[in-house]
Design a protein around this ligand. Sequence first.
Ligand code: NDP
Length: 292
Amino acid sequence: QTRFPPRTHRSSRSNNMTGSIRDCVTLNNGIEMPQLGFGVLGVGDHSAVIRAVLDAIDAGYRSIDTASVYGNERGVGEAIRQSDVQREDLFITTKVWNDAQREGRTLAAFDESLARLDLEYLDLYLVHWPVEGHYKQTWQELESIYRSGRARAIGVCNFMPHHINDLLTVTQVTPSVNQVEFHPLLVQPKLMRVCRDHGIQLEAWGPLMKGHFDSVRTIVDLAARYRKTPAQVVLRWHLQHGVVAIPKSSRRARIIENADLYDFVLDAEDMDMLDALNAGKRFGPDPYDFDF
Ligand code: NDP
């Protein structure tokens, strides 16, 4: 029997049950992070990225998740400049890629990301993958970036319980966030518990199972019952678990659909039914077995 940690539907800005797209979680250093964000992996060419990020901001998203390896930080930066929303009202995340996880190279990679984004600071800077033999050193460089004030929070991605426990032997600053693949087919209750025990916010990449939810009967049936779409049911499940989610879409209609999550609540039995889909199924690489 899988044991899940207790659910917390944390919403620091709204008091009602359904919440709003302005809902934030409070990270372990007191910084507020929007619970729903927009992911830009593979959104398209430069102009498609600008268009998608502007569409997302227009739809109410205030958090954008990019990475140096996505090759689209310039487009994200351009959209930020073109948008009517103030920089300080946005939450911008990027990540240090694996080839920059070498002594002294992480600081340079951070500067290069900031320059491509044309920003003075980041809201969140993440270690992209737990590169064996290097991630502790990388983390120490992120700590120095954090202390310099140029990243409001720092965190990791794809860290499994073993990586977290190992990293915590050297940290002076506990990661604020762990961004991992997380969706109803890959719930990772042990990882959820370890993150919660250390005050590390879980953030879901691939929350939409990369679009594969249409074949999952339970999700399709629940969507019909709640008169929502399968994507909305899955994202609502993330919110009610207290997890940050960053769905990606290149299409304006879906960008809007994926943010329209605040007029329904999944009841406890339906949350349980979605939890029970957990099958350890990954659509992306395995953090214990990757070669890049
Ligand atoms: P998602 O789970 O967000 O799925 C995206 C896919 O779902 C796309 O094919 C998209 O197609 C489709 N889709 C989006 N909305 C809908 C909808 N309403 N109905 C049907 N299909 C839909 O996968 P991602 O891998 O993109 O993950 C999200 C973000 O997480 C990334 O963009 C990136 O920012 C981050 N990420 C981080 C990783 C890490 O290692 N830290 C690894 C992977 C991702 P279309 O665009 O055509 O709408």
